[in-house]
Design a protein around this ligand. Structure first.
Ligand SMILES: [Ca+2]
Ligand SMILES: [Ca+2]
Length: 395
């Protein structure tokens, strides 16, 4: 069998060789493919039948390399953009101003007025001068030249050269300019007593004046208002002026007994005289107590109506009021303190009204003018001395 196969193969090779030669020499190629084809078919058949082919083992596929997963890169955080600082603008240097030529100094006129000692506070004017002030007294926009010359009997005030007499003796060579009421077009002049060592019973005064344009008009005196010499350091104008028309100063009443208090005053009338405006206030110094010689009706209210004739029954010792209990009260009567009781002045209302307090705290008002207790004086003809012991008579 092996020889036969070899022989057949050899024969086949020969035929193939011969066919190739024929093909090379034959120009007519039309018939050859079919022959070649049949030979090829034959050969193929033979090969299939005779050749055991050792199956070629397929190459072992190269294992794909296990790919190590590339770690995903950790995203780098985007850097926060640093803001670019804005450039500081370089200031354009301003041109150095050309210095103005120094004017030839004119001779400075000597001012008429002094630089005042400004004793006022906030918007309260109180300027203190020794002798000369340049000030707009009538607030018309034009300054007045004011000159003050203190004298032993009277003093002189000159305003724009016109002379006025200040009819006060022994004033200090010093004066103030103030504004009692900011709402009127007037400034006031204040002349004052000279500094001195005073006894307790002596009080220095300051006197207010104003200028009408043609006249120098006196308004009145203010007790214990003083700003000359060593008094200046203790002087506070706000204690005495509120700038709204009111002046305030120490006051004294001796209508019943000796009582000191702070009085309030307003400008009154065309001449603007200061006039007391009554209000209820405490005495500033302690008042010696009064002792009743007989009972007295004290009132609930400050009201002068009760001294008219229709109320006379209240003040008549022969009336029913004399029989009422001490603690009796009605719309008019506060209480009826009795003989021997001690009463203290705890309030005043102006010069004439006094609020008295008994030792048990009960209080009531009476009116007294020139030691005449109102009501009792009109009806009974008696005075404060007939009703009270302990009235202090100022020396
Ligand atoms: Ca003026
Ligand atoms: Ca004024």
């Amino acid at each position: 069998m092996r020889y036969a196969a070899f022989f057949l193969t050899l024969m086949l090779l020969i035929r193939v060789f011969a066919a190739c030669s024929l093909f090379n020499n034959n120009t007519d190629a039309t018939t050859l493919p079919s022959e070649t084809s049949s030979v090829a078919q034959t050969t193929t058949t033979a090969t299939e039948t005779t050749v055991e082919t050792t199956p070629t083992s397929e190459p072992t596929p190269t294992p794909e390399p296990t790919s190590t997963p590339t770690p995903e890169p950790t995203p780098t955080p985007a850097p926060t953009p640093t803001p670019t600082p804005e450039p500081t603008p370089t200031p354009t240097p301003e041109p150095t101003p050309t210095p103005e030529p120094t004017p030839t100094p004119e001779p400075t006129p000597i001012p008429f007025g002094e630089e005042p000692d400004q004793a006022g506070q906030a918007d309260l004017l109180f300027d203190i001068y020794i002798s000369r002030a340049l000030v707009d007294l009538n607030q018309d926009g034009t300054m007045e030249e004011v000159e003050f010359i203190a004298g032993p009997a009277t003093s002189e005030l000159r305003i724009n050269g016109a002379s006025y007499t200040v009819n006060l003796a022994n004033l200090a060579q010093r004066f103030g300019v103030t504004d009692v009421d900011r709402d009127d077009a007037i400034l006031e002049l204040a002349f004052t007593d000279p500094y001195a060592e005073l006894a307790d019973s002596e009080k220095a005064y300051t006197y207010l004046y104003w200028w009408s344009g043609t006249q120098l008009i006196k308004m009145g005196g203010l007790m214990d208002v003083k700003f000359d010499g060593a008094w200046r350091s203790g002087f506070d104008p706000t204690d005495h002026f509120d700038g709204n028309g009111m002046t305030m100063c120490l006051a004294r009443t001796e209508e019943l007994t000796d009582v000191w208090y702070i009085g309030h005053y307003l400008c009154d009338g065309s001449e603007r005289k200061i006039k007391e405006k009554s209000y209820t206030t405490r005495p500033v110094y302690s008042v010696d107590p009064l002792v009743l010689k007989s009972y007295i009706v004290l009132l609930n209210n400050i009201d002068s109506t009760y001294f008219t004739s229709e109320y006379y029954v209240i003040w008549d010792y022969a009336s029913g009021y004399s029989t009422l209990d001490r603690d009796y009260t009605d719309s008019i009567v506060s209480f009826i303190p009795q003989e021997g009781e001690t009463l203290e002045v705890i309030r005043v209302y102006g010069k004439y009204w006094f609020k008295l307090q008994a030792s048990d705290g009960k209080t009531g008002w009476l009116k007294c003018m020139d030691k005449k207790v109102q009501g009792y004086y009109q009806v009974m003809g008696i005075t404060a001395f007939d009703i009270f012991d302990g009235i202090l008579i100022a020396g």
